[in-house]
Design a binder for this molecule. Structure first.
Ligand code: SF4
Length: 517
């Protein structure tokens, strides 16, 4: 069987770093880990080709080569997924769709021959039959979620490794918390399942053997979901890294209460973790409590971020506006928090009710849902907000303009720098090349030279060991600032105009005058 795996395209997003990629001579941020994991579970005799639309377009000849096209991705990739399905069907090829979007919204993929919901482990026969045409239609997820011991080594060998900024490894699925807006717990459940340390190290061995050195994203939605197991993994990860001269610079996502776990923190830093993405969401305790995100209330967010930064983890964070309790004062508090936060990468989105979440169900009960949402968080909310919508969007646009003005970004970077311990790593050869390219494109020809040299000067003053960090922040800042000001803010402003127009009373219909007057 010839199977074509297609990773659909992303629009420009914060995580895509599209404005930064040319500076570092890369073509995409992250590889399609879900697809190469699926690939490992396909029948042994299957011939495989992988097309990542972030790297190359999908030509008809490649589709014709295949007997079946397997496509999978997230909600924000849905338009591209439908385009791939249409192209394959027009050429008479069978289509199978899977991944998070198909799992939470299977009804939206009626254009595919098979919708494969849920996880693949333990369902290899079912997947094979979906691919060969024995099974069609909706293949629902199993009630019992599989243990990750059953997960096979992802097919990293299918990737063009040099095209990506970072490699990805998954350690766990699921999260014990119950944040109302989160679809992770709907997809993967609230009992975190983990791979054994030997599995994780086997994946690292594979990447290392393929020549990968550098950034590694542990893609878990909450890396510390199962703390006992993480405590078992970290010493083994540390030993693996030390035996090879610390080749991987690791980052991950975790819940804010990581700051209350000094042993885990120490273990993560020793194992080569340098950054962590947190869902801080909002400084408003009311909003956090209403959303069920009570784990964020144990420590104040400023205190938690400072603890992590001092320990050696740079904090990236997601923020949300549009909670039911949000008002003009809450948006002002959000702005004040962000202005002082040592968080260079702060991503602020409007609250979205994702299908299947507790938020979705509540808003549906309250009659406030508008659309299924497309995974774009810089548009009108997909539900009727409590706050006046136009004022919410105006406040959101103002906040974004402020967060990514050059000075505010520089200030947040310097606030992190002030807290960060001096890193021990050495400069890599690739780092020197990237530094030279950044110097030319940002320091000589760029529009934000003040940011570039401001970061460089401050880092040199603290320690030359921060120079590569400063260059990285300048490169990331180029994307974050450009994307915010050229794309995000104009779209939010347009959404505010639309919301304001929708609030206006309809114009009176003029009475039709009869000819007789
Ligand atoms: S902590 Fe993160 S992953 Fe866990 S439920 Fe909350 S939002 Fe979801």
């Amino acid at each position: 069987m010839r199977v074509l795996l297609v990773h659909p395209a992303f629009p420009v997003t914060y995580w895509g770093f599209q404005h930064a990629l040319p500076i570092i001579d890369k073509r995409a941020t992250l590889p399609p880990l879900g697809l190469i994991t699926m690939a490992a579970h396909l029948p042994p005799g299957a011939e495989l080709r992988l097309v990542d639309l972030a790297l190359t377009p999908l030509d008809d000849a490649t589709v014709r080569w295949a007997e079946v096209v397997l496509v999978g991705g997230m909600r924000i990739q849905s338009p591209s997924m439908h385009a791939v399905i249409a192209q394959a069907r027009a050429l008479g090829r069978r289509t199978v769709v899977g991944g998070p979007a198909a799992t939470t919204s299977p009804q939206e993929f009626a254009d595919a021959d098979v919708v494969f919901q849920g996880e693949v482990e333990g369902r290899e026969d079912e997947l094979a039959q979906a691919l060969d045409g024995t099974l069609s239609g909706l293949r629902p997820a199993r009630e019992t979620r599989p243990e990750l011991a059953a997960t096979r080594l992802p097919r990293y060998d299918l990737l063009d490794l040099g095209a990506y900024c970072s490699m990805s490894v998954q350690y766990s699925r699921g999260c014990p918390f119950r944040c109302e807006f989160c679809d992770v717990i709907e997809i993967f459940g609230r009992v975190p399942r983990v791979k054994q340390p030997a599995q994780v190290l086997a994946e690292l061995d594979q990447l290392y053997a393929l020549g990968w050195r550098g950034t590694l994203f542990l893609v878990d939605d909450n890396f510390i979901g199962n703390r006992r197991e993480v405590a078992r993994l970290l010493p083994e990860l540390e030993a693996w890294q030390k035996q090879r001269g610390m080749p991987m610079s690791i980052y991950t996502e975790a819940s804010v209460d990581l700051a209350s776990e000094p042993e885990l923190l120490r273990g993560m830093v020793a194992a080569g973790f340098g950054a962590v993405f947190l869902g801080i969401e909002t400084p408003s305790e009311t909003a956090l409590r209403d959303a069920g995100k009570t784990q964020n209330l144990r420590l104040g967010p400023a205190q938690a971020v400072a603890i992590l930064a001092r320990a050696g983890l740079e904090v990236m964070s997601g923020f949300i506006v549009g909670f039911d309790s949000d008002d003009a004062a809450a948006l002002r508090a959000q702005r004040a928090f962000l202005a002082a936060a040592p968080i260079p990468l702060a991503m602020v989105g409007i609250l979205t009710a994702l299908p299947g979440t507790a938020l979705w169900k509540r808003l549906s009960r309250e009659g406030r849902l508008r659309t299924a949402g497309e995974g774009d968080t810089h548009v009108r909310p997909n539900f009727v907000p409590r706050m006046n919508e136009a004022e919410l969007l105006d406040g959101y646009a103002d906040l974004m303009t402020e967060v990514y003005c050059e000075d505010a970004y520089l200030k947040r970077c310097l606030a992190h720098l002030a807290l960060a311990p001096v890193p021990q790593g050495r400069v890599r050869a690739g780092g020197l090349r990237i530094g030279a390219r950044a110097l030319w494109r940002l320091g000589v020809r760029g529009r934000r030279r003040r940011l570039f040299f401001g970061l460089l000067a401050a880092s040199v003053q603290k320690s030359p060991a921060f120079i590569s960090w400063a260059i990285e922040k300048a490169i990331q800042g180029e994307h974050l600032i450009r994307y915010t000001l050229e794309d995000v803010v104009p779209r939010i402003r347009a959404a505010a105009v639309e919301a304001r127009a929708a609030q206006l009373p309809l114009p009176h219909t003029l009475p039709v005058l009869s000819e007789a007057g």
